[in-house]
Write a protein that binds this ligand. Structure first.
Ligand SMILES: OC[C@H]1O[C@H](O[C@H]2O[C@H](CO)[C@@H](O)[C@H](O)[C@H]2O)[C@H](O)[C@@H](O)[C@@H]1O
Ligand SMILES: [Ca+2]
Length: 556
């Protein structure tokens, strides 16, 4: 299988785009997105300016958790096409210079997985021989162990143990009861997963976003998160990938505080993941907007320990889950609910199930502001499909499905997602007067030079040509106005100055730029020159939700 041109640490300068094959584009008109449909949209993605696609789980699954309940790790869900369709898609993506990562769900399987169905027969088979699959899962006679482990899906589950009638024992699950956790104390489980990884990397996949990594191992007296034994298993995964598939990517989904999430990078000597999501900063971007105070962004970024040279953060505004509020204080969570989830249907588990545009009242200025900060903070940005055109959400759909509706391509039937009628689609396309596909779609935004889509594409183009965005050191600039966030990104003699007004009114600000005295700020949008920087505080005025992307040049 063709592999995209090798480039060491390509992920550091990549812009990622997260999508679900099932809801992106339907190639055969059955109302379900598929690989042929996705392949037909690769030119769109290339033109948008992204570099790597992250595909949500595309494996056979009963879909009790939208595919995060995997029933077969080395096949394609029949709704999405065939393995050959996948190979064609991957080849076509690589031909266009796009990389592709999959989603590796290694903490748990679906209860429908043949391993679990075999395990349910109990530790001993009727002929007296040991059941090798029993030890693939975590069992208990009482369901009372590990009481300190929190429940993650608080709206659905009341315990991390569920009684299996056939086995006559309780099995352990950190997520839905339909997702039994694998037993990583069993070396065979680890070996099974290394073979799953080899299967997809042999086909040319460029890596994995690895799901729910903190929970692999459980131990009495702990909360079962981030345990040393879990890290040892993940280091072995990295070792195999580095040795057998150099240049492929492992991205950790560890929804943890800075001090814990940083552990998932490992060290230079004992590397773990190349990338990890910056979960802590995400909710603070939204919080700063409503508080008109950016100090929480500075505070949390300041708490992020140094990462190894090979490492890179993954930054994001939204994804396929709820806007998680696990990494905020109780007061901050209450504030976020009051600010962003007034309708009770918007709350789910410990978070808010809304898309970017509705969260920001469909306010173009606020949407642009957060996207510019996303693109400018250290890390590789991950865009969530549909946010580039300002798609809305559907609160009538259960669970997190409201933010997983079909991509809106045009104003035609089912928004161009499928030739099937809306009611025949996997999830109904959005048709409300504000966010419906008749009003919000790719086709119309491609024709409109001032559309959100065109703006996003231009920002990605600007970013692509300035390596400081990908590799630069971060330094916050002191200001006399907490509503204004200012920082520099410095790399290889190039300094970018990013200034963002998180307030809904014009704001004056004085920036302490003495360290850059003698330099001249030049706008990245249009090249206009700002007054030279001196030793004195540098005064600026920003309109509401305004931002500047500047480059510091020498004085002419
Ligand atoms: O496979 C189970 C789940 O794993 C991921 O979950 C993450 O999302 C949760 C919120 O929905 C979050 O609270 C948790 O910390 C994460 O591990 C995956 O992204 C989910 O879609 C999936 O249900
Ligand atoms: Ca289809």
């Amino acid at each position: 299988m063709t592999q995209a041109a090798p480039l060491p640490e390509w992920y550091k300068s990549a812009v990622f785009y997260e999508l679900s094959v099932r809801t992106y584009a339907d190639g055969n008109g059955d109302g379900k997105g598929d690989f042929p449909g996705l392949t037909s949209k690769l030119d769109y993605l290339k033109n948008l300016g992204v570099d790597c696609l992250w595909l949500l789980p595309f494996y056979p699954s009963p879909l009790r958790d939208d595919g995060y309940d995997v029933a077969d790790y080395t096949a394609i869900h029949p709704d999405l096409g065939t393995l050959d369709d996948f190979k064609v898609f991957l080849r076509e993506a690589h031909v266009r210079g796009l990389r592709v990562i999959g989603d590796l769900v290694m903490n748990h399987t679906s209860a429908d997985h043949p391993w679990f169905q075999a395990a349910r027969r109990g530790p001993t088979l009727p002929d007296g021989s040991p059941n090798e699959y029993f030890d693939y899962y975590v069992w208990s006679d009482t369901g009372t162990e590990y009481p300190e482990a929190r429940i993650i899906f608080t709206d659905t589950e009341t315990s991390n143990w569920t009684l299996d009638e056939m086995a006559g024992k309780y099995y352990w699950h950190r997520f839905f009861s339909s997702q039994p956790d694998l037993n990583y104390d069993n070396p065979r489980v680890q070996e099974e997963f290394l073979n799953v990884v080899r299967f997809w990397l042999d086909l040319g996949l460029d890596g994995f976003r690895v799901d729910a990594v903190p929970y692999l191992i459980e131990r009495e007296g702990t909360n079962g998160e981030n345990l040393p034994e879990t890290h040892a298993i993940l280091r072995e995964l990295r070792r195999v990938v580095d040795e057998e598939y150099p240049g492929r990517l492992l991205l950790a989904e560890a929804n943890q505080w800075p001090e814990e999430v940083v552990e998932y990078f490992g060290t230079e000597a004992k590397p773990e993941f190349h990338m990890a999501f910056n979960f802590p900063v995400m909710p603070r971007l939204y919080m700063s907007l409503r508080r008109e105070d950016t100090s929480s962004i500075r505070e949390i970024m300041g708490r992020l320990p140094q990462i190894p040279a090979f490492g890179q953060w993954a930054t994001f505004l939204r994804n396929h889950d709820e806007l998680t509020l696990e990494m905020v204080t109780d007061d901050e969570r209450a504030f976020m609910y009051a600010a962003y989830a007034l309708d009770a249907r918007m709350k789910i588990n410990v978070g808010i199930r809304r898309r970017l545009a509705p969260l920001l009242d469909n306010d173009r200025r606020r949407i642009e502001l957060l996207i510019t900060v996303l693109l400018a903070l250290p890390g590789s940005p991950i865009l969530y499909y549909g946010d580039e055109i300002g798609m809305g959400d559907d609160l009538s759909l259960a669970d997190r499905n409201g933010v997983r509706t079909p991509m809106q391509w045009n104003a035609g039937i089912s928004g161009g997602f499928s030739s099937a009628l809306p009611e025949q689609c996997f999830f109904p396309p959005i048709q409300d007067p504000v966010y419906g596909f008749q009003r919000v779609n790719v086709y119309s935004q491609e024709l409109d030079p001032s559309s959100l889509l065109k703006w996003v594409s231009r920002q990605l183009e600007v970013r692509r040509h300035l390596p400081a965005f990908a590799y630069g050191d971060l330094t916050f600039i002191d200001t006399d106005n907490p509503a204004v966030l200012a920082f520099t990104r410095h790399h290889d003699g190039e300094t970018l100055l990013i200034i963002s007004n998180f307030a809904g009114s014009a704001q004056p600000v004085q920036l302490d730029l003495a360290a850059h005295a003698g330099r001249l700020p030049v706008s990245l949008a249009g090249g206009s020159h700002f007054p030279p920087i001196g030793e004195e505080p540098y005064p600026m005025t920003l309109g509401k939700y305004d931002y500047y992307w500047l480059k510091l040049a020498g004085v002419r």
